[in-house]
Design a protein around this ligand. Structure first.
Ligand code: FAD
Length: 362
């Protein structure tokens, strides 16, 4: 039976939910205001397997989320879409010591038993590293992960929403409150509102334990126009370096807890990011800053994402709290929301990701 479904939020979660619902013949309307969207500001690294986080439920979501890209790209291509938003580029993790590199390597080998997407793992010699990344300054303690990937979040969302419109869906660019007329019009409402779930649910008398975190990322233009072949570079600490093609390189991102939903560009912080980047990668020296992306990540108090039914509401589904790994977990979460909105079972244990731990009635 065809259902009429509203999706509020057109970031990676909302766009994926909308895509799978419309692909399965449901009538979809996406409402997206867009200011501060995390997806379009994101760095784009999909490489969760070597994380030292001990949260098993998060790891399951992140590793299955990374694996889900294969299915998603296949589906998009089958529908005549362009899946070039996702590229398996490989990733290089830079560690401070040989011991730390060895530890990461062993974690990777163990996790690869259940996550073949990790692909080849190799501790690189100085020569191997400089062959792969001629401009790298640090030449020791590098681990190569062949399955590491980069995602253009903005391009993915645009492509998915184009396919939604092609299938007869609608995309409305405005802030959408959850009011009685919305609930009367649609069979289900999916709240894929990222860091703005508290503001969206507040009028209905809910409190949501989500805080916003500001992230800034610099986009540079270098002279290496063939840099799309380079792997993403993940040093220890805050910054990553992501060559994205046509000479463009992303350097970032910051994690500014005190500044929450603020979207202003801070020149001193950007200068600091660039200085850190140049110390590691001489290819950035003299590069022109062509943009600074600023977005708001959503965090729960225990850093765990959630999705499922809003407590006490049979028509309302929600997801939030994807934090700094939402490009990795987001498509799988969007897919689960699409299944639930269509009346199908989730393929993940819902109790492990329950919104009830974070959404309460006032
Ligand atoms: C700088 C930065 C770098 C990052 N790098 C990475 C990375 O390398 N790898 C990774 O895995 N993750 C990364 N992330 C995290 C990832 O981007 C996010 O976790 C993910 O994009 C969240 O997706 P979302 O769909 O939940 O929210 P968003 O992408 O924020 O989308 C929510 C959308 O809903 C809209 N909205 C909210 N409420 C309403 C309403 N009531 N009406 C209408 N519209 C509404 C908003 O305007 C927004 O467009 C990064 C994030 C940032 C900020």
């Amino acid at each position: 039976m065809t259902r009429n479904i509203a999706i509020i939020g057109g970031g990676i979660v909302g766009a994926t939910a909308a895509y799978y619902l419309s692909r399965n013949g449901h009538q979809v309307t996406v409402f997206d205001e867009g200011t501060g969207q995390a997806t379009s500001a994101a760095a784009g690294i999909i490489c969760p397997w070597l994380s030292k986080r001990r949260n098993k439920k998060w790891y399951r979501l992140a590793s299955e989320g990374a694996a889900f890209y294969k299915q998603l790209c296949k589906d998009v291509q089958e529908d005549g879409g362009d899946a070039s938003f996702y590229t398996v580029s490989g990733a290089v993790l830079l560690k401070k010591t040989a011991k730390a590199t060895q530890e990461q390597y062993e974690i990777g080998l163990k996790r690869r038993e259940d996550a073949p997407e990790i692909g080849d793992l190799k501790i690189l010699s100085k020569e191997e590293l400089t062959t792969l990344l001629p401009s790298i300054q640090t030449q020791e303690n590098a681990l190569y992960v062949a399955g590491g990937a980069r995602l253009d979040g903005d391009a993915m969302v645009r492509e998915l929403l184009t396919l939604v419109k092609k299938a007869g869906g609608e995309v409305v660019r405005k802030w959408q409150p959850v009011d009685s007329s919305l609930l009367e019009t649609y069979d289900s409402v999916v709240l894929a509102t990222g860091a703005w779930l508290p503001q969206t649910l507040e009028p209905l008398g809910y409190e949501v334990a989500i805080r916003g975190q500001k992230g800034q990322l610099v986009v540079l233009q270098t002279g290496d126009y063939e840099n799309e072949k380079l792997p993403v570079i993940m040093p220890e600490g805050e910054i990553d370096i992501i060559p994205v093609g046509n000479g463009k390189v992303f350097v970032g991102a910051t994690h500014e807890n005190d500044l929450g939903y603020d979207l202003t560009v801070s020149p001193d912080i950007i200068a600091n990011l660039l200085a850190q980047g140049e110390t590691l990668f001489t290819g950035l020296e003299g590069a022109e800053t062509i943009a600074v992306k600023v977005g708001t990540r959503a965090y729960t108090p225990d850093f765990s994402p959630f999705f499922g039914y809003v407590p006490g509401a049979t028509q309302l589904l929600a997801a939030s709290g994807l934090g700094s790994s939402g490009l990795t977990t987001g498509p799988l979460i969007g897919y689960q929301l699409a299944r639930l909105a269509a009346g199908e079972a989730s393929t993940l244990p819902l109790e492990d990701y329950s919104p009830a731990a974070y959404i309460t009635s006032k």
